[in-house]
Design a protein around this ligand. Sequence first.
Ligand code: GRF
Length: 189
Amino acid sequence: MKHLAVFASGNGSNAENIASFFSQHPSIRCSCFVTNNPNAFVVQRAKKLNLDCLIFNKEQFYNGIEIVEELKKRNIDFIVLAGFLLRIPQTLIQAFPDKIVNIHPALLPKFGGKGMYGDKVHQVVIKAGETQSGISIHFVNENYDEGKIIFQAVCPIENNETAETLASKIHALEYKFFPQIIEKVVLGL
Ligand code: GRF
């Protein structure tokens, strides 16, 4: 059985979607959520799903040692970032080489990097006059949104598109594709 840890800093709808997708899976299980924000709704989602939720503050997170120990204690094989806002420290990347993936709500390499999340990234994409946006699932390295891209899916941007309408199209792509891509990568397919 491969064990996933899903990291989220906020709402956690992707984290819940992933945990549900793998709840009956024969060889992959979501073992815990991880967050840097004790007030994040993802903590409530973990309770509802009867899942452990590890809560670390920024200092604990950036030295990385404590979190690596906690994850190894839980036999975590793979880390999924789903709306996680802190940069991943080297200690974590070295402990999980090519075993950390992230989802970004835009078509990298454009529209990535620090601060590009939530409605902000959708506003920037619309303002740039793009005719489409989408999701990018990529391996994680020590810089924001720069690892090797594994998968992208696109959606059109209409004339009257708002950040809100685009966000809901992007979320629909995330819920549809992220669990499938995680499954493929974890199983080496
Ligand atoms: C998603 O749009 C994801 O692409 C981005 O952060 C958002 C997280 O949303 N990285 P949620 O917390 O999963 O609802």
